[in-house]
Design a protein around this ligand. Sequence first.
Ligand code: KIV
Length: 266
Amino acid sequence: MVKKVTVRTLRKLKESNEKFSVLTAYDYSTAKYLDEAGIDIILIGDSLAMVALGYETTNSIGTDEMAIFTKAVAKGAQRAMVVTDMPFMSYTIDIPSALTNIGNMVKLGANAVKLEGCNDYMLELIKRTTQMGVPVMSHIGFTPQSQNVIGGHIIQGKTQEAAEELLKQAKLLEDAGAFSIVLEMVPEECGKYITENLNIPTISCGAGRYCDAQVLVSDDVFGKFSDFKPKFARKYADMKSLILNAAKQFNEDVKSGKFPNEEEVF
Ligand code: KIV
């Protein structure tokens, strides 16, 4: 039997200074391949709103849609921890509705949830979610669900004061029970400073080389999403070209009568 990645696994990795990997997936077969490749955490990121559903921002996706993708990914992941990103407004109205929405994702197969932000309400929610039996991955720095309040995709933690404030938030989140923290779009020194001062692992999303883990959107990594590429993402494959070439070839073969051939018919 495969040994599942759990919060204990991640804690031990942090203690022994070993890095781990996080990629997003939104469907069954991608989740299976990421699992087979040894990716430690598979995140059903709300980035799926933009890269898989074509929405303009992540704020348009709802729990009903996240539920479908969570179910599919959970079926494909054997070893990797499956984390669902709770979408905009699904956890910020009040604690009871948040716990219901979070619990539903776990019923569908998520092993943990990701929640953006740090304020008194979020700290209470993280405590209650963890008490309910659901591990929480926090997310601070640039938090896309608050981009209208922030005023765009703006790098956070740039001054010493801002970095101190982020560290303060990170410590509060750790005390509230978060098992890890995504740091998005902060300078490398800020990512390093927070990582060195926490007991739980930090996950960099554009937070530099010194975090305990790195997360990227798989459609960026595989070169499938081509509308834009964040500076911190690295393209490891060119799926757009593969899909284009295969689709063009199929189109030609159908129209020229080369597909199907005699082995492809009953
Ligand atoms: O939505 C997402 O995919 C994310 C990660 C990139 C951290 O939040």
